[in-house]
Design a protein around this ligand. Structure first.
Ligand code: ADP
Length: 512
């Protein structure tokens, strides 16, 4: 787990604007019970304090869960179209605050402004999509095997949901979870990542200001092992929705399993882009650059492997290295810059460890592999875009999630081998193939073991109305977004209405 280190602050605090430095419990913004706090600092300049937030624990988790439980009945009984109307208001407030929120995001977690704007836009899209769901939220009607009997299945809410989120999409991921959850009639306790508490607070404040009733969305700030674990173990939390590392996800799944709690997990990836010999190389190159180095590679769908047909490999890698060298690193709030810093020191050290491992394994470092030099980078966690060539599928840099601006080129001889290499990791989130051959494209759709496959597009670019999630160790069989997430945040109830006026026995009175 990553945590911001303490650096002695030399510059003034950055005003956090509407990001309230408190927990939101019911309608009250409160400090931690014993006044404990932690700081959020900018990864672009560790001297800048973005805000000071409550370091909550069990007591605060309990208060937040009690508030969510208290609000549950009134919210569950609010007609879904009215819940949808509240979501429409959320979209409006987020739209109004889009620029301010995006700036706060770039400052706090370091992705370039253009990407932060995309993050907030995703939350707006999500609020709008699920607001419409308030007038759908369809169930099924069916026939009965008995006369004068009616059968239907309806969605009912689950109860209090704990949302535990990472820092890399600090508004979009909470939105993906919270909007469908509250649309379905659940109430929520939201625990943002300790690396993006200001974004979490600003998001929660936007929801309150948009008219989400007190207690429907509560916010607790703090560390995973403290307040996060308290939520996971709380008996009144009926569901945990988690996005983050496999290590934490597996811990959470274990605890939820023991307590028979519903649990939806979105975790790591080792996503690959295949480039075949018939591909449009310009397009594939653009895709690889964006997929591997967008958000400095800190996306669960980042392109951390490039599987290249041997006929195009040399040219492709050469052009990719030239293009990667031209990417402009720097302050994410300056719109000229394409790559910001890594989120914290621990993350940069992790990337450095993997680069060393790659070299020890015999992979060839073609570019990057170091911190950029110069005064502009002195106080931030920057790292140069890094490309390895000569990688074999079993190397650790081809198997393990690095979560940084590092990609590994693997040469293959055929389409079949490309598919085998792509499938040869423990993960299965996103995948991509560049080819002009429609037959290969459809075979890839059929054979790639991944929750998402892009044809002639990079491994990143999910849209809110489509199911999002992965197979194998990436998840535990659930999906976020689209219609699919409604199955996470609602229970199916089957209803039989017997209007015959007599006792009728299924499987006994009538045998079809
Ligand atoms: P990352 O490497 O992105 O920080 P983590 O899986 O450690 O990934 O963190 C993702 C989220 O899970 C964060 O909000 C973090 O606070 C939370 N978390 C970490 N450890 C635990 C835990 N033991 N129980 C509950 N939540 C946790």
């Amino acid at each position: 787990m990553s945590r911001k280190p303490h650096i002695s602050a030399t510059s003034q605090s950055v005003p956090s604007g509407f990001a309230r430095p408190a927990n939101l419990i019911g309608s009250a913004w409160l400090p931690a019970a014993e006044g404990r706090t932690f700081e959020s600092r900018s990864p672009a300049d560790g001297r800048k304090v973005v805000g000071v937030f409550p370091r909550s624990g069990r007591e605060e988790a309990e208060a937040a869960v009690a508030a969510a439980k208290g609000a549950y009945d009134a919210w569950r009984l609010t007609p879904p179209p009215l819940r949808g109307a509240v979501l429409r208001q959320c979209a409006a407030v987020l739209r109004e605050r889009k620029e301010a929120l995006s700036r706060l995001m770039s400052l706090e977690m370091g992705k370039p402004l253009v990407e932060s704007r995309g993050d907030v836009q995703e939350a707006i899209d999500c609020a709008e999509y699920y607001s419409g769901e308030g007038r759908r939220l369809f169930g099924d009607t069916s026939t009965s095997e008995l006369p004068s009997k009616f059968a239907m299945a309806v969605r009912v809410p689950v109860g209090v949901c704990g949302m535990i989120t990472p820092w890399n999409f600090p508004v979009a991921i909470p939105a993906w979870k919270i909007f469908p959850a509250i649309l379905c009639g659940n109430t929520v306790v939201f625990k943002p990542a300790e690396d993006a508490p200001a974004c979490g607070a600003a998001f929660a404040a936007a929801l309150r200001d948009a008219g989400v009733p007190p207690g429907v969305v509560n916010l607790v700030q703090g560390f995973g092992e403290e307040v996060g674990a308290a939520l996971v173990h709380h008996p009144d939390v009926r569901l945990i929705s988690f996005t983050g590392s496999c290590e934490t996800g597996s811990l959470i799944a274990g605890a939820c399993g023991q307590n028979l709690k519903r649990c939806s997990l979105e975790m790591g990836g080792k996503n690959a882009q295949i480039v075949m010999d018939d591909a449009d190389l310009d397009l594939a190159l653009e895709g690889a650059l964006w997929g591997a180095f967008g958000t400095a590679g800190q996306r669960c769908t980042a392109t951390s492997r490039l599987i290249l047909h041997r006929k195009i490999k040399r040219t492709f890698v050469k052009r990719l290295v030239a293009a990667a060298r031209k990417l402009r690193l720097g302050d994410p709030l300056n719109e000229r810059h394409q790559i910001g810093p890594l989120v914290n020191e621990a993350q940069r050290e992790r990337v450095e460890r993997y680069v060393a491992i790659g070299q020890e394994e015999g992979a060839k470092l073609l570019c990057g592999g170091r911190r950029p030099a110069g005064a502009a980078f002195k106080h931030g966690w920057y790292y140069e875009p890094t490309i390895f060539d000569g990688v074999t599928p079993d190397m650790r840099i081809a198997q393990e999630e690095i979560f940084g601006p590092v990609t590994a080129a693997i040469e293959v001889k055929s389409f079949e081998q490309a598919v085998e290499v792509l499938n040869g990791t423990a993960y299965g989130l996103s995948s991509s193939i560049y080819t002009r051959d429609v037959n290969r494209a459809f075979r890839a759709i059929r054979d790639l073991e991944a929750g998402i496959t892009y044809i002639n597009g990079p491994t990143i670019g999910a849209e809110v109305h489509m199911p999002f999630g992965g197979v194998k160790n990436t998840g535990n069989g659930h999906r976020e977004a689209g219609q699919a997430v409604l199955d996470v945040f609602s229970e199916w109830k089957s209803v039989y209405v017997d209007y015959s006026g007599k006792l009728q026995k299924a499987q006994i009175d009538v045998q079809a």
